[in-house]
Each structure stands twice: as structure tokens, then as C-alpha cells.
Design a protein around this ligand. Sequence first.
Ligand SMILES: NC(=O)c1ccc[n+]([C@@H]2O[C@H](COP(=O)([O-])OP(=O)(O)OC[C@H]3O[C@@H](n4cnc5c(N)ncnc54)[C@H](OP(=O)(O)O)[C@@H]3O)[C@@H](O)[C@H]2O)c1
Length: 251
Amino acid sequence: MLIRYILFLSVAIWMSGTCVTRAEQIAIIGTGMMGGALGPRLAAAGHRISYGTRDPSQPHIRDLVAATGESARATTHVDAVDGAAVVIIAVPWKALESVAMGLLAHMDGHVVVDITNALQNAEDGLPELMVDTSAGEMLQAWLPKARVVKAFNTVGFHVVAEPERAPGGVTVPVASNDDEAKAIVMELVEQLGFEPFDAGPLRFARTLERLAGLYRIPHWSGRRDQAFEYYFRRVAEPTPAEFPVLTRPRP
Ligand SMILES: NC(=O)c1ccc[n+]([C@@H]2O[C@H](COP(=O)([O-])OP(=O)(O)OC[C@H]3O[C@@H](n4cnc5c(N)ncnc54)[C@H](OP(=O)(O)O)[C@@H]3O)[C@@H](O)[C@H]2O)c1
């Protein structure tokens, strides 16, 4: 009886939409370094990929589709998101608003993953923020009916393509105001072999974009031998028994 109840519960949770099953359609808008790395990996995890691109006829995009697998296709932005369970927007920050506006009428209720970073080269050659808030929050404002999730902005395209380049694991922080959408994206992170970290509501996209700035310092300063990936090691939390200072009254 207990086993039947557990089975029923598992199926109910699975059907409630808080997980992304294999063989979902995932739209990837932009076929650059990140789009071109995420697509084949997500296809290998069992998903159907529809690339949204400005020009599907380009030879390198046809090559990407072929490398992604039989069920992949490249088409317009609007056509790519039609029927997609998740939409990943993988375009440069400067193109994000116009891409969002082009999809505005097609994004109601969609889980939209924002991987962008509103960063530019400062005069000293290092990254600097281009906005006071974050690309993630601005995308949510531009697409008010979408369920925007910030993720994958702190991991390199080459590590998405080949996770074994970062031995020991990679943590991918995920932030969103929509817990269900966040759970779906965290599951995708796991399916790619990374460790998802719940980074709270979407306002933490500000923190994640700053982490991306830190990540870029070795790349943009010519210290590539110091390039790193984020991995959040677990720690034994202090208890009041070990550290009585924790229970001392605060003034
Ligand atoms: N590279 C990384 O390791 C990395 C890591 C984490 C996050 N990110 C972020 O991910 C985003 C994409 O980075 P990326 O390295 O993949 O960039 P990328 O190689 O320059 O590719 C971006 C793609 O976006 C599309 N695009 C370019 N300009 C556009 C425009 N004006 N309007 C519409 N679409 C346009 C193009 O695809 P089509 O030709 O198919 O339209 C292009 O291939 C950026 O915001 C970046 O900050 C990058």
C-alpha cells in the first residue's frame, strides 16, 4: 500500500509540471558560442532543439543543426518558441531588448532563461556593469508575462560544451521569482551534469551578473592560466554547542 502511494505521489509530482521531462522542445535564441554549446548538450540529454536565428540559411547554422541531431531545426525566433517548454535567450546584451520585443506576443507563461550579462570592457580592459539593476530583471520587465529565470550566465561556453574541462564539478546558480520555473531550469542544469544552486528571487540576477564580471577577469586581463569555474563547496555549519558566541545576546 505504501509503495503504491509513493508511486502515485511520484507520478503526481512529475505531472504537476515542476520537472522538465526528457524530449521537451527547447528553443534557443541565438546560435553563437553559448547557443551552439547548449543546443547539442541539451539534445544529447534527450530534448528537441529549435534554434531561433536571424538567418537559418547560413552554412554554419546548418552545420550546427546537423551536429545537434535529427530532431533539431533552425528557424525564425517566433517559430522557434512555438510549442517550446523552455526558451533560452543566448544573444548579446545589446540585442536583448529588441529580441525580447520581437517575442513579446509569444511569451505568455513561457519559462525564459536569461543567460546574458550586461557587461562591457572598461577603459582598463576589465569588465564593468552597463546597468544599475540586471539584465535578468530588465528582461522580466520587457516580457512581463514570461517566467524569467537567470541561469548559465556564470559558466563558460567551452565548459557547457565539455564539462570535463572543469574537473571537480561546476555550480550553476539559478534565480527567479517563479519557483516552478526555477525548478524546471535547475533540473536542466542537472541534466547537463552541473550542480544547480538556488540563488533566490530574480533580484539576485544582479549578484550573478557581478559574478560573471569576476569570472571574466582572467580572460580579459590576459591571465588565462587563472581561469576558473564556480564550484560551491559544502561546509559544516557552526552550531551553538561548538560556538557559544552564536547564542550570546546581541546589543
Ligand atoms: N561566451 C560565453 O562563454 C558566455 C558565458 C555565459 C554567458 N554568456 C552570455 O551569453 C550571451 C551570448 O553569448 P555568446 O558568447 O554566445 O555570444 P555570441 O557568440 O556573440 O553569439 C550571440 C548570438 O546572438 C545572435 N545575435 C547577435 N547579434 C544579434 C542581434 N543584434 N540581434 C539578434 N540576434 C543577435 C547571433 O545568432 P544568430 O546569428 O543565429 O542570430 C549570435 O551568434 C551573452 O549575453 C553573453 O554575455 C556568454
